[in-house]
Design a binder for this molecule. Structure first.
Ligand code: EAX
Length: 336
């Protein structure tokens, strides 16, 4: 009896799965949707109401409006399709069409991206945005293409700030003994070790619970993420370190991109451009209010001793700079 029930359930789920388009396989379309449409699946580890959602919802809207039903976009939020490192691998292999991620984990696949993870590289938001949208940004895109990944366009995650449960962080000394989660980015781990903290690389999806359970004391992310992920529920202090600027990158399987007609390729690129603006606008219009709300919710926010942090980071910059000095100097020279 049990066996028959199991068989029935299996058959039922197979039928259901078939009707729903069977998950992530490229080119399948659902019963209700346009049979001619190519459905592309895009992943993010972040929430729909964040600056990542502002980007991706705009992208979807633009693509579906301007491709005349040729492309449908299905969005997968909250690490539903894995962490950012998995996303890069899947996009590279073509088992996932695209993902909007922090550039950080890409340095594990493409050396040049290490430069973007240098502490105190960008002077301010304007500097970062203009560099990434210039020929220098194109250099990064070219190196990404060599591993089969097309960058449809840069977006912004933002300047990263430290949150923790122990004390306000003003100088690197305040980080002593603090277990801080970093992205899976070797330079970030070295920088935090240099600051005196104990860095622990971890996928984003595990961070909230790990903070809640005290497995780690601290993490670092832009205000937009601290806010959208409700880190105020598990963290007390926000220290405005701005130690690293996190670009976001819209990675896309290049073989799939090349399979589209020139017109549809242009639709995708144009949509990414409009989405970028929506992402920038979201950050520009919300950051201050988000900071204010985090304060209302009980977080303590403090400024840091920038010079002390810059001095402490210098040995790591010196160690890595040699390999990437040309790119590094170009980025620095583009400031102001
Ligand atoms: O890309 O893992 C991180 O801390 C990232 O900033 C976040 O997932 C957004």
């Amino acid at each position: 009896m049990k066996k028959r029930l199991l068989l029935l359930t299996t058959i039922l789920s197979l039928i259901l799965l078939g009707a729903c388009g069977g998950g992530e396989k490229q080119g399948e379309s659902s019963g209700e949707s346009n049979d001619e449409a190519k459905r592309i699946s895009i992943a993010t580890t972040q929430t729909e109401d964040s600056h990542y959602g502002a980007y991706l919802n705009t992208f979807k809207e633009e693509v579906e409006k301007n491709s005349n039903g040729a492309i449908e976009v299905s969005l997968h939020y909250n690490s539903e399709l894995g962490n950012e490192r998995d996303n890069v691998e899947s996009v590279q292999m073509g088992t996932l069409d695209g993902a909007f991620i922090s550039s950080g984990v890409i340095s594990n696949f493409v050396d040049e991206f290490n430069v973007l993870d240098f502490p105190f590289l960008f002077e301010n938001t304007e500097h970062a945005r203009s560099v990434l949208n210039s020929d220098i940004g194109e250099e990064f895109n070219a190196s990404l293409l060599e591993v089969g990944i097309k960058n449809l366009g840069f977006g912004e995650n933002g300047f990263r700030n430290i949150t923790n449960n122990e004390r306000p962080i003003v100088t690197p000394k305040d980080l002593e003994g603090i277990k801080i989660r970093t992205m899976e980015v070797p330079i970030h781990q070295e920088v935090f070790a240099e600051f005196g903290a104990s860095p622990t690389p971890m996928a984003w999806s595990e961070v909230f619970t790990s903070l809640q359970q005290g497995v780690i004391d601290a993490q670092e992310n832009p205000i937009a993420i601290i806010y959208s992920s409700k880190l105020n529920e598990v963290q007390k202090y926000v220290s405005m370190s701005g130690h690293v600027y996190s670009p976001a990158v819209f990675i896309f399987n290049n073989e799939l991109f090349e399979s589209f007609s020139g017109d549809l390729q242009q639709v995708l690129l144009d949509a990414a451009k409009v989405a970028q603006q929506a992402n920038y606008d979201f950050i520009d219009q919300n950051t201050e209010a988000q900071l204010e709300e985090l304060k209302q919710l009980g977080m303590e926010i403090n400024e840091i001793d920038l010079k002390a942090f810059q001095d402490a980071a210098q040995p790591v910059i010196d160690k890595y700079k040699g390999e990437y000095s040309e790119l590094y100097d170009k980025i620095k020279a583009a400031a102001n």
